[in-house]
Design a protein around this ligand. Structure first.
Ligand SMILES: [Zn+2]
Ligand SMILES: [Zn+2]
Length: 174
C-alpha cells in the first residue's frame, strides 16, 4: 500500500484516511512465539503540521498463544495507538534521532512523497504484544512436580512436599 503524500502538500486534501488489514506469515507468527496472529486491522490518518507529516495509527488484532502459566492455548484482543512523525528516507542518514526534542513521538519514513505504512503497522503490532499472557488472572498453572494442569486436575504433590522446617520437627519426634 503506497500513500501519495503530495495530496497534502498540494492542498487537495487536509487529511488522508486509510484502512488496511495485514496477515502475518507463518514465520512471523513463529518468531513472535504465537500459535495464531491476526489479521492486524489498521486504521490510519496522515496530516500535515507545518512542514511535517504525521501518521496516527490505530491497530486491532487477535492473537493465540500458550498461557504462560498452564500452557493451554488462549486468545486475546489487542488494541494499540501510535503517532508517527514521517521523515523523508532520502534524508534518513543525516537524520539523528536525538535531534528531536519530542521523545514521545516515533519516526517512520516515506520515499519520494510515498509512504507505505505496512512495515510500521507490523512493527507496532509486534511491539504491542503483551509480555505476559495468562488465560485467566486466576489461572493456577501446572504442578511443578507432575506437570498436571491445576485448573482442571488435582494432584497430591503439594501434600507430599514436606516443609523443611517440619522435617526438623519430625526428626525430633522420631
Ligand atoms: Zn492458564
Ligand atoms: Zn502434581
Amino acid at each position: 500500500m503506497e500513500i501519495n503524500l503530495t495530496q497534502l502538500t498540494s492542498g487537495s486534501k487536509v487529511q488522508i484516511d486509510f484502512d488496511c488489514s495485514l496477515s502475518p506469515d507463518d514465520n512471523q507468527v513463529k518468531e513472535a512465539r504465537l500459535i495464531a496472529w491476526g489479521p492486524i486491522v489498521a486504521h490510519g490518518k496522515i496530516y500535515l503540521v507545518d512542514k511535517d507529516f504525521y501518521c496516527y495509527l490505530e491497530l486491532n488484532y487477535n492473537y493465540t498463544k500458550s498461557c504462560d502459566r498452564c500452557l493451554e492455548p488462549m486468545s486475546q484482543m489487542v488494541s494499540y495507538q501510535a503517532t508517527i512523525l514521517l521523515k523523508d528516507k532520502a534524508l534518513a542518514d543525516s537524520y539523528d534521532a536525538t535531534e528531536t526534542d519530542r521523545t514521545d513521538i516515533d519516526v517512520g519514513f516515506y520515499q519520494n512523497y510515498f509512504y507505505n505504512p505496512e512495515q510500521d503497522i507490523f512493527d507496532y503490532a509486534y511491539l504491542a504484544l503483551p509480555q505476559k499472557s495468562v488465560c485467566d488472572s486466576e489461572c493456577k498453572g501446572i504442578c511443578s512436580n507432575c506437570g498436571c494442569n491445576l485448573n482442571t486436575e488435582t494432584c497430591d504433590c503439594a501434600d507430599e512436599v514436606i516443609d523443611p522446617r517440619l522435617e526438623v520437627l519430625k526428626g525430633l519426634l522420631d
